[in-house]
Each structure stands twice: as structure tokens, then as C-alpha cells.
Design a protein around this ligand. Sequence first.
Ligand SMILES: [Zn+2]
Length: 446
Amino acid sequence: MSRDINNKFWDEELETLPREELEKRQLADLQEIVKFAYENAPYYKRSFDEAGVKPEDIKTLKDIQKFPFINKKTQRDTQGVGSFLGELAAVPEEDVVFISTSSGSTGVPTMSPFTKKDFDEFQDTESRWFWQIGMRPNDRYVHALNFSLYVGGPDVIGAQNLGALCIWGGTLPSERLLFVLKTYQPTVIWTSPSYAWQLGEKALKSGIDPKKDLNIKKIIVAGELGGSIDATRKAIEDIWGAEVYDFYGLSDIFGACAAMCEAKDGLHIAENHILVETIDIHTGEILEPGQVGELVFTTLRKHARPLIRFRTGDIGRIDNTKCSCGRTHGRIHILGRKDDMFIVSAVNVFPSDIEAVIREQDGITGEYLIRIFERDFTNKYAVEIEKNADNPKSDDEVAAEVTAALKARIGVKPARVVVHPDGGLDTRSEHKSRRVIDERTLDYSI
Ligand SMILES: [Zn+2]
């Protein structure tokens, strides 16, 4: 590959397109994909007809607002209907070279098909993110993500296409992964934020100092919000002596649709592939860029199964101003999943807000468990934490400190803070931790 390794951009022209030019390209692709979806996917033909809209109605980007939303349920209801790929698919099965499927953690797994062109463009986007965080052909990269069915698995191909030496790690047991890190001295790894942190702790406990004995310079994290929580990111960076970059993916689109740059102020989203809208989570009303709401994505170039106005269930905002890194593609800031948000005393609380407080607090390990429950038909939350073994304060004092910090940051204090000794919480699961337990019995769906 003849790319100049000193050029900070993978595709300079694309990444620095003036906003007007970028939107012009988005409009051309939007017109094409909406027409393609209407003519080839039975679901869109039916739903556009029912809504009284036609592909020709799209004259500006804003015209997408006339079209109906889809969501996870639409995918579930239409997959396998009429054909193997279902009614959202717009190409015959022989044109499809790959399917990924969602974890099914919130219901029946949904599958996402790719044509050869879809897949190649997906991997070119992944190469762009790897290059953006500074990966170059002389890097050694460990892809420590699940390969089974998961859309993040193939992303390793993006790193290979960039020219890096790739180690297809998958979800190795931590002892084996530490062996890989020690023996092959890779420079870049991708895993989940909670696992990156736990792996660092495990290394220290087994006598390996990640800063001295290993050569990891960059850690990519995704799958949980930690990478965008400053205190969590810094905690991981401190253990490893490495830079941490957050990536954001969707099983329905790409392994990573957006990625941090060196400015670490939000995640650049591939606007040449995804048209972003933000809507009010309750009313569906369209919000201005910058306002917080549910992110709605339209895929502009995926032909196997176009997603037109897909409600992601993620709450966040998009910043369309030019970044200090020089890239013009907007940056998304994710606050959390709509399903994870809970309301206490009229305040919207995200588990990530609580995590940020816990990770900043001195004298505790940073592990936590949140319980959401009802008392007198009102939502309450409780937090369980672990006190460091060398913390001389009493449990009551520690609980009072954490309560005050949560109240100051979130606006509502927890019903209780339970203090455990170091290692007392059972939250150190490998790869993806479960830290929120919802004990409520009433329906709070929004
Ligand atoms: Zn940037």
C-alpha cells in the first residue's frame, strides 16, 4: 500500500469534505437508496405507499422526515417473511456474501446482510477508524472481540487491509490473552472497556506490569459506554500507560459506525454512510443538531438491507461543527440506551452518569452495581460499591461520601449506598459486565 504513513487521514478528501459538499453527496446517495429500497424491498414499498410518500419526494435531506420510522421490531417482524432474508432485504440471496446477527439480548436475534460491495465499504470504513487512531502498517494488532456471528468480528479485516499485523484473538480466556500480549508484544488491542480494565488488573495481580512488560500503546473499546466516560477512560489509560479510544458500532450497520479521534471529544460518524437525525424520545418530534434525543440512522449505501429511518434506541446528540483534528464528519456523543435510562424524581438518570461518579471517587475500587426499584410507586436507585482494602474510613463514611457525590452530579441521591470489601461484588465477568439490575415490576417503557 502506497499511503503516506505521516498523513493523518485515511481518505483525506472524504474526511475533510466541506459540509456543503458532504451533504450534497448524502443527498445523491439518499435519493438513490430510497428509490432502490422502494423498488426492491417489499416492506418499504408497502410502508411508503401507506404513508403516501414516494422516492421522488426527496429533494433535500430534510425530506427524509416525511418517511416512516422503522425499529428493531420492524426487523424482527419482517425477517424470514417471503424469503430467507425477509421483506427489508432489497437484493436476492445470491448477492449476499455475509450476515451478522445481533446478540438477541433484547429479544429474537436480527440478522444483517451485506453484499460484496457493502462488505468492502464496511471494511474500508473500519480501516479509516483504525488509521484515525494512529494505527499504521508497522503496528501489531490483537482483535480481542467475539467472532461468532457478531458484526465486530470482521473488523479485523479492516486492520489487515490497512497493513497491520493482525492477531485474530477473539474472546480468549484472560490468561491466554495475557500470554499473547507478553509473547508477541502487540501495540494495539480492541476489547470492551470493562474487560480492558479488568485485564489490566489481572495482569498486575499475576506479576505483569502492563506499562513495563507489555507494549500496548493504543486500546480501542466499544460495546459499553465506558470509553466515552472520561474517568473510566483515564482509569484504563493509567493501568496500561496507553491511549484509549472509544468506537461505536451497531449490529444492524457496521462493527464501528463512529470512532474517536485524537481530540476525544465525541466520535466521528461516517456521514458518507449514515444520515443522522435526532428525535424526541417521547413524541418522535425532530430535534435540531446538538439537541439530546434518540438517534435515528438512515444507511445511505448498504444495498442488501437498506435501513431507512432506523430508531437506534441510543440517546445522544450530534455535533456537526468541524473538529480540531480537521475532520468535517459530525461527532456523536452517546449518553446511553433508551432502555437503560430511568427516571427518579423527574430526573433522567443514565447508568453512565453513576459510573462516572464511582470511577472518580478515591478510596473505592471503581466496581459498582446499580439496583433500580420501586417504593410507593416511585422509582428509586441504590448503588453497591467496593471499598479499597487500604482505605481507613468506615463503611458509613464511604457511603456518605459516595451519596454526596452522586447527589451533586445527578441531582437525586440514591436510596442507599452499600459498601462491600474489595472483590465483594460479583461484577468482574469477562468481556461484558452486567452492572444494572432492574427490580421494578411496573411498566416504564417510553
Ligand atoms: Zn476529530
